[in-house]
Design a protein around this ligand. Structure first.
Ligand code: URA
Length: 434
């Protein structure tokens, strides 16, 4: 087979056979296909798409590129959740310990930041020492001991996604339905969960800008999971504005700690607890999502989710004292308060531009080699619908140097609209598909 001919076939809108996709993916893992060739292929898929059969073949080939973990020795239900990617989208850090504290095992393989959206692994690594690499045996032992474990793809677990994901992040090939489906499902089906909840983001800050495409993504994530024998629910949630008030790796971790310690961040708590409710339903621990939402809320209120979070951080070599010291704010050298130039109501806080601003500040990558600045990011003092007066702070930007703040300000300016009248907002939970 000829790699250039395969790329050309997809570039011209052809349908690839299973053998051709397999040749390409295995060739890439073996080092015979170069980064620039796989990038050309990804861009061809971006423009030409893939039909259902190609998408399932790509997913299966990526899944089988590494080990599929057998968790049958762990007695109890294993349920995980995965988000399609958003801004300020930090629920994984709460959900894993929260569900574990309720007796549900959560084996979680996550990704890094992708495009303008944040990634769980980068957030976890904002905790000094936190180790996201483990071999399969340690992964199982940790899950058994703590009830949850959070790691990244490795050379053994979902290796194709590990390599392709890093390339997509810096080659503008994130927002493609077949690439998102194969990326998510190859990781998620490798990790050994019996049931999955998908948080499919809809809105400007989602990975797929077209809302109809996001709905299609939700349906396909559920239907392809079922084909692989895994129960699944997709919750479609709003991503027109960031979730919660903090964006950036440590800032988001800090907000999760605050929430687990009792702070009421309404939108974050709502989305989090509905997802938790869906996980509890799939685990057989709630009769429906509403009941699950209440049970999940109790695990936050009584402190068991936070205690489990500390246990997980400790077992994964994270610095627990850094977490306990969260009130002693950790901020980078420079900050800038973005104030309102008029009085009115916030009518738009565009999640996409806020996400790009946070990348400019150092919270995401523009090239594969870029180092994340874990403390950089944005704190929102206002959300859509809030009243703002002239000169009042809307948000604060944080970065290691002034230049980053100057660049980010342009995107923040584009993100915000202030009107004379309060506009009604879309519901946070848009739909649930099972
Ligand atoms: N999450 C993933 O794991 N992969 C994607 O492509 C998008 C979100």
């Amino acid at each position: 087979m000829n790699i250039v001919e395969i790329i050309k076939k997809k570039r011209n809108g052809g349908k690839l056979t299973r053998r051709e996709i397999s040749y390409l993916i295995h060739g890439y893992l073996d080092g015979e296909v170069a980064d620039y060739q796989i990038t050309a292929f990804l861009m061809a898929v971006y423009f030409r798409g893939m039909d259902d059969e190609e998408t399932i073949n790509l997913t299966e080939i990526m899944l089988n590129s590494g080990d599929i973990i057998d968790l049958s020795r762990i007695k109890g239900v294993k349920v995980d959740k995965h988000s399609t990617g958003g801004v300020g989208d930090k629920t994984s850090l709460i959900l894993a310990p929260q569900l574990a504290s309720l007796g549900v095992f959560v084996p979680m393989i996550s990704g890094r930041g992708l495009g303008h959206t944040g990634g769980t692994l980068d957030k976890l690594e904002s905790i000094p020492g936190f180790r996201i690499n483990m071999d399969v045996e340690e992964y199982k032992k940790t899950l058994e001991k703590v009830g949850c474990v959070m790691i990244g793809q490795t050379t053994k677990i979902a290796p194709a996604d590990k390599k392709i994901y890093a390339l997509r992040d810096v080659t503008a090939t994130v927002d493609s339905l077949p690439l998102i489906i194969s990326s998510i499902l190859s990781k998620k089906h490798a990790e050994g969960a019996e049931a999955l909840v998908f948080d499919v983001k809809i809105g400007t800050g989602a990975n797929l800008q077209d809302e109809k495409e996001s709905e299609k993504l939700a349906k396909q994530l559920v239907s392809v999971s079922k084909k692989f024998g895994t129960k699944a629910i997709a919750v479609l949630t709003d991503m027109n504005q960031p979730l919660g008030n903090k964006i950036g790796n440590w800032l988001e971790t800090e907000e999760c700690i605050e929430v687990m310690k009792g702070k009421k961040v309404d939108d974050l708590l709502k989305v989090n607890n509905v997802l938790a409710g869906a996980m509890l339903l799939l685990a057989g621990k709630a009769k429906d999502i509403d009941e699950g939402e209440i049970i999940a809320g109790q695990a936050i209120d009584n402190g068991t989710a936070y205690n489990k979070f500390l246990e997980m951080v400790e077992v994964q070599d994270g610095d627990v004292s850094y977490i306990k010291d969260y009130k002693n704010l950790k901020r980078p050298a420079h900050s800038h308060k973005f104030v309102s130039e008029k009085e009115g109501y916030i009518t738009k806080l565009d999640a996409f531009n806020i996400g790009v601003a946070s990348v400019e500040l150092g919270a995401g990558r523009k090239t594969a080699e870029d180092k994340i600045d874990y403390l950089s990011g944005i704190i929102l003092s206002k959300k859509c619908g809030d009243k703002v007066s002239h000169g009042e702070v809307i948000c604060e930007l944080f970065a290691e140097n002034e230049d980053r703040i100057i660049n980010a300000k342009e995107y923040v300016k584009r993100a915000i609209e202030i009107g004379d009248e309060k506009k009604s907002q879309r519901k946070l939970i848009i739909d649930i598909i099972d």
